[in-house]
Design a protein around this ligand. Structure first.
Ligand code: FAD
Ligand code: DHB
Length: 393
């Protein structure tokens, strides 16, 4: 058995765990990050792509936005589409703010490289993890690997290990309330080697199902199709995917997405999930470990950043001023923002997807709602202010 000491033990090297470790370092607080997978896996996993204005500001304030500012694509609006007709939601005109398209894996690369150059303790492929004594003053994390156990003794544990991690499931179920909703559809996502042929994203409502046109870089597009959750990818040849994308995204002015080699394909299930509270003793949950949103509002990674912003501020107040008020309020502070993002993500999902069992009334009502957002400045402003990110209180 080998023993280690740190102030905060962090489980998971995703956006939440890495950002927390970086923010704590800036406040002079030590941490060890324990990650199950290897570094390449963390750096290459293709996931989210849109950073709220709020997250970009946070990354800038934290001094890790150099590459983001160089390579990130500033988007000043999005197009909403209804059966081929587009209507632009001009974020900057409505809110004064924009969003930035920059892949999650790029943020993760930037954070890993910064932590390592700051001498941070990041342990990849760390082995089997368990958490202990988090109802006591000195909790610990045990890491089991090849007949050896490392014991990391700490003041606090941050569970940043995503939806399938061990942190949430280590809390007695009686202490948690779960709010869960699954949707009857999923997204088939592709990454294609094709230069974007539009400057902004299109969220298209179509009678065959929702489609999203997005991008990652000057030569890479990212596209999604609503599909059944049990879809068999083997049945989706590249040709079939492009045909369906042309049908759903094709615009009345003749625009079609440009085709290119498909570099990656995957299916993402859709669910809304929140666990309350986000704290049990000295174990704090952050990011996907505590909540999942359907991807339509692009909120997942942004919410993870907001959680760790609050957690880092609370730990700073504790270590600097011995003030625990923010730690005590952590769960309630995060949940207020989480539920607003849940509402927005649910609303964007409901507005744009085809609900296979919808009645004729529901379909008419859904189209009317979309037409309302496309015609009302007040409704468009509400969408825009949520999309660019509500301010951190
Ligand atoms: P994660 O990124 O999940 O990181 C958790 C880390 O903990 C992982 O590296 C994992 O390997 C590690 N871990 C897990 N268990 C253990 C353990 N027992 N011990 C040690 N380490 C462990 N959001 C959007 O906004 N837009 C999108 O397009 C989008 N697409 C997505 C596609 C997919 C397939 C998925 C799964 C999510 C997507 N999301 C999207 C959501 C977004 O990626 C997440 O909200 C974001 O990754 C949350 O960051 P996190 O750090 O909380 O969790
Ligand atoms: C992307 C993902 C989203 O969920 C979204 O709403 C917009 C863009 C993307 O991966 O590019």
């Amino acid at each position: 058995m080998v023993k280690f000491e740190t102030q905060v033990g962090i489980i998971g090297a995703g956006p939440a765990g890495l950002m927390l470790s970086h923010l704590l370092h800036q406040h002079g607080i030590t941490s060890i990050v324990l990650e199950a997978k290897n570094r390449a896996y963390c750096e290459e996993r293709v996931r989210a792509g849109v950073l709220e204005h709020t997250s970009v500001e946070m990354l800038r304030n934290a001094g890790i936005a150099h590459r983001l500012d160089r390579e990130g694509l500033r988007h000043e609006g999005i197009d909403l589409g209804l059966h081929g007709y587009l209507h632009r939601i001009p974020f900057v005109e409505l809110t004064g703010k924009a969003v930035t398209v920059y892949g999650q894996q790029e943020v993760v690369k930037d954070l890993i490289s910064q932590r390592l150059s700051d001498g941070g303790d990041l342990r990849f492929e760390c082995g089997e993890i368990s958490v202990h004594d988090f109802e006591e003053d000195r909790p610990s994390i045990h890491v089991d690997k090849e007949d050896n156990v490392d014991v990391i003794s700490c003041d606090y544990i941050a569970g940043c290990d995503g939806f399938h991690g061990i942190s949430r499931s280590s809390i007695p179920p009686r202490a948690l309330t779960v709010y869960d909703r699954t949707y009857p559809f999923a997204w088939l996502g592709i990454l294609a080697e094709a230069a974007p042929s539009r400057e902004e994203l299109i969220y298209m409502h179509h009678e065959r199902g929702f489609a999203l046109y997005s991008m990652r870089a000057p030569r890479i597009t990212r596209l999604y199709l609503q599909c059944k959750p049990d879809v068999d990818l083997a049945e989706w040849s590249d040709d079939r995917i492009w045909n369906e994308l042309h049908t759903r995204l094709g615009c009345s002015d003749g625009w079609r997405p440009t085709e290119g080699k498909i570099l990656q394909k995957g299916v993402t299930g859709m669910r809304s999930f929140v666990v309350e509270p986000l704290q049990f003793g000295r174990l704090f949950l952050a990011g996907d470990a505590a909540h999942i949103v359907p991807p339509t509002g692009a909120k997942g990674m942004n919410l993870a950043f907001a959680d760790v912003h609050y957690l880092a501020e609370a730990l700073r107040a504790k270590y600097r001023d011995n003030d625990e008020a923010k730690l005590d309020a952590y769960s309630a502070t995060c949940l207020s923002r989480i539920w607003k993002a849940q509402r927005f993500s649910w609303w964007m999902t409901s507005l744009l997807h085809l609900f296979y069992d919808a009645s004729p009334f529901d379909r008419k009502r859904q189209v009317a709602e979309l037409q309302y957002v496309m015609s009302s400045r007040a409704a468009a402003t509400s969408l825009a202010e949520n999309y660019v990110g509500l301010p951190l209180d």
